[in-house]
Ligand binder design. Structure first.
Ligand code: GLU
Length: 191
């Protein structure tokens, strides 16, 4: 069972995200990854294996970001390795997603997206959703509307958290079937 955590507020996001992932370790996982905004870019770090591997990868990282998300993966589509670990992102690293669940119609969506020129990097069902978001965003929609349109295309059970380089002060969450809990703090939100 995967674990998802997202943070948006005034505190440093990454210690909260990593602590949250540790507290969900008992659920079992095969790989882990995080996303945060630094230097106006989405920074993604992911590793196969234990959270300690991801922690090594984060050594020396500037933890000023106050928005971030993290994921522990339980593979359903694609082998457990670093490439297939979440977050997944589009060709230009403008959007990132973490996902719990299964996108049942991913194969047909992937064929359509490849016809439109999207290049897939992973074997996961999850990657289709981020190319869909990119596709809708390109038509002039804002981040939230593009995510909503992408979600309308998907069949299956899911919990998602999305981030966008162009709107770095936001995270967008969606769920259907999978549980996803919102937490409200003092000028901060957790998922
Ligand atoms: N189906 C996705 C994958 O295989 C998500 C798995 C999960 O819930 O961790 O990457």
């Amino acid at each position: 069972m995967c674990g998802i955590i997202g943070y948006i507020g005034k505190r440093q996001a990454m210690p909260i995200v990593m602590n949250g992932l540790k507290r969900m370790e008992y659920r079992g996982y095969d790989s882990a990854g995080v996303c945060f905004v630094e230097n106006e870019a989405l920074q993604i770090r992911k590793q196969a294996g234990k959270l300690s591997e991801l922690e090594k990868d984060l050594f020396g990282v500037n933890f000023d970001a106050t928005v971030g998300m993290g994921h522990t993966r339980w593979a359903t589509h694609g082998v457990p390795n670093q490439t297939n670990a979440h977050p997944h992102f589009d060709e230009d690293n403008n959007f990132a997603v973490i996902h719990n669940g299964i996108i049942e119609n991913y194969a047909s969506l992937k064929i359509e997206l490849e016809k439109k020129g999207h290049v897939f990097k992973t074997e996961t069902d999850t990657e289709t959703v981020i190319h869909l978001v990119e596709e809708f965003y390109k038509t002039g929609m804002d981040f939230e509307t593009a995510v909503r349109e992408a979600i309308y295309c998907i069949k299956g059970a899911y919990g998602f958290v999305f981030m966008c380089r162009h709107e770095p002060e936001k995270i967008i969450v969606a769920r259907c079937g999978s549980p996803l809990v919102l937490g409200y703090g003092n000028e901060e939100f957790l998922v």
